[in-house]
Design a protein around this ligand. Sequence first.
Ligand SMILES: [Ca+2]
Ligand SMILES: [Ca+2]
Length: 205
Amino acid sequence: MWTDAKKGEGNEVSLPAEFSQPDELTWQQKTVYVEGVAVSDGIRDIELAFEFSIGGKTFEDRIKVTVFDVDLLVNNTAGESDDYVAKEKTAEIRETPMQTPAGPNDNHIPMKVHLEGPSGFSCGVSLWDTGSGEVSIKKTDGTDYPGGGETVAAGTDLEVHLFGTKASSDLDDVMIEASTDLTGCAVVEQEDLTVIWIESYNMIF
Ligand SMILES: [Ca+2]
Ligand SMILES: [Ca+2]
């Protein structure tokens, strides 16, 4: 638990924590930030309890939370050494593919969206990319990955395809990011990769 959204030295709260000074805990509001450390064995298996004592009376509130984890496996591996995708060929550049595999479905790689969590847990996962290079994220049937996300169940993998659409200017300058419908706009996972492209006019020997 942290007292700042950006965790750092001096703002960690060790539990159980006690706040006794008025400037540490105002009646109106005290915001703390909870970080998941280990994935839950069961849904809502972690209980946070809060007690407030004043004038000889004690008030209490409790909430239950679940810790889960989203992993993005570019090229279906956790390793970084294969995190490359070639930029799509356009019809003007290569109308007739010379290589196999090539054609309308070439120049893409698979990516697994893996959800780790307790049995029976699922959530909607949204994906997007940032950076200089660009990819388009599609489902395996060739349609765009929906902006509203796809539901993923704990212990399963959702496979998507990454198409390189704009070449990288630096290594690993494309970042795929994920959020879930349970955690708001927080980015729950990031994975970087590179879109490679060789222009024919650079191939002079
Ligand atoms: Ca990989
Ligand atoms: Ca990577």
